[in-house]
Write a protein that binds this ligand. Structure first.
Ligand SMILES: Cc1ncc(C[n+]2csc(CCOP(=O)(O)OP(=O)(O)O)c2C)c(N)n1
Ligand SMILES: [Mg+2]
Length: 440
């Protein structure tokens, strides 16, 4: 259902494709001929492998924490209902408002990229509950390490959303000061931030021990760390190393994996044959799969996990089972590698729609409330648009200058190539004028 035979992923080729792709098989010195024969060398075996993986990964309702179903009905859970019960009507309306705001922001940022204001945008649509639920469960003293898609978490940490655009416009190497909000800079090197997070958590642990030993007055509240990463990043060695360290040292860290089912064009069932949350067992700490489109369950599970970490009981892995409804980034076209029926099936599990149903059914929000949320979203979008237009243009030469402190021949060579390439566009305005005159 997921893998498209012969499809090259932009982050590599996955093993089953190597044997299936006609070019790989026919080229004498092609990659395929150099690879040892594997269990993936055949369509039948490959299909069986996918069927096996889907049997455990497909719809694991029994093993997944869910409180608010797609029908908007609230269920119960022996552990997590107590946490959900703490949410007041105001909190629930706030969770909805945040999810609506970040979805609106995402639409605006995507449009800004299409209009040439940003170089690239990684949309989060579909993952609002995973991000808002977990971010809202964190305390101000906690420290967050995001990937590049955690715009919703940024909102919950009071990061100025317009600042998120700076990096994607190429006018900043970061965009905000992490010390202001305890929300670290976006990390684009997959999984690197999981190591940073564990190191940071081990630092917190030592600071807290020192503070306790000196019996310092005005002791700070205990803190924990959240490391966000994706299903694809979970295959990186950095995640393994960070989990080994976190477990050995009982570091106060929550590993929050958003399993959005895709790593660009590679589906999750190629990344793992078991639910990703099961991996925690091998390291010796709890792993929980939660319905990532259920903001109430995500909030409850994350609150529990952070408490666990802050109390010195060690790390927790949360796998938020969700879906990337849009493209990987504005440079990606998902119609090339997945079925629209799959997207439709996930749209039916939309995180906003189910909370709206619940709020209306319980009489906690009415038309006026939802109209106000919409108006606030439009205001946010207008602010972001205004700010983006006011940002300076990127100085691409600066990117070359930033690579090394001193001059480097390879960078100089690449800059020279870039200058020559750019010069090829000279007179472009004149050409555009001719096209217009010719009536094209
Ligand atoms: C170390 C490293 N390898 C490869 C890439 C290229 N890359 C960027 S995003 C991506 C897929 C990541 O998928 P996932 O971890 O599931 O996160 P998602 O994009 O779905 O949120 C890849 C392979 C990278 N940025 N860093
Ligand atoms: Mg993914």
């Amino acid at each position: 259902m997921y893998a498209v035979p012969g499809m090259y992923s932009s982050c590599g080729i996955y093993p089953s494709d190597i044997a299936l792709h006609p070019d790989a098989a026919s080229k004498e010195n092609g990659m395929g001929t150099h690879l040892p024969s594997t269990e993936f060398d055949g369509t039948a075996v490959d299909d069986q492998r996918e069927a096996d993986a889907e049997a455990v990964l497909g719809e694991p309702a029994a093993q997944m924490v869910q409180l608010l179903g797609p029908d908007g009905k609230l269920g119960t859970d022996p552990v997590f209902s107590d946490y959900a019960d703490k949410l007041t009507p105001e909190d629930l309306r706030g969770l909805y408002a945040d999810m609506a705001a970040i979805r609106r922001f995402d639409v605006e940022a995507t449009a800004l990229q299409r209009q040439g204001q940003l170089a690239l945008w990684p949309p989060l649509t579909g993952q609002e509950a995973a991000q808002i639920g977990s971010g809202r469960a964190s305390q101000p003293q906690d420290y967050i390490f995001p990937t590049y898609r955690e715009h919703g978490v940024a909102l919950t940490r009071n990061v100025d959303l317009a600042e998120l655009l700076r990096q994607f416009r190429g006018v900043s190497n970061g965009g905000w000061n992490p010390k202001d909000t305890n929300f670290h800079l976006y990390t684009l090197v997959l999984a690197a931030q999981t190591l940073h997070a564990v190191g940071y958590a081990m630092g917190i642990q030592r600071d807290q021990k020192l503070a306790a030993a000196s019996d310092a007055a005005g002791k700070q509240p205990d803190a924990a760390v959240i490391a966000y990463f994706g299903d694809g990043a979970s295959s990186e060695g950095d995640v393994h190393e960070s989990m080994v360290f976190a477990s050995s040292y009982k570091a106060p860290v929550v590993f929050f994996c958003q399993n959005n089912h895709w790593a660009i064009s590679v589906p999750t069932n190629v990344q793992s044959r078991v639910p990703l949350s099961n991996r925690a067992k091998g390291y010796g700490f709890p792993g929980i799969r939660v319905d990532g489109n259920d903001v109430i369950a995500v909030h409850a599970v994350t609150e529990w996990a952070l408490e666990h970490a802050r109390q010195g009981k060690g790390p927790v892995l949360i796998e938020a089972f969700t879906y990337r409804v849009g493209a990987h980034t504005t440079a990606d076209d998902p119609t090339k590698y997945r079925q629209s029926s799959e997207e439709d099936a996930w749209r039916a599990k939309d995180p906003l729609a189910r909370l709206e149903k619940y709020l209306r059914a319980e009489g906690l929000a009415d038309d006026a409330y939802f109209a106000k949320v919409k108006a606030d979203g439009d205001e946010l979008a207008a602010y972001v648009r205004r700010t983006a237009h006011d940002l300076e243009d990127p100085d691409i030469r600066q990117a070359f200058a930033n690579v090394y402190k001193e001059a480097h021949p390879l960078v100089a060579e690449e800059l020279a190539w870039f200058e020559e390439y750019s010069a090829g566009f000279a007179g472009g305005e004149e050409y555009a004028g001719q096209v217009e005159e010719a009536g094209h």
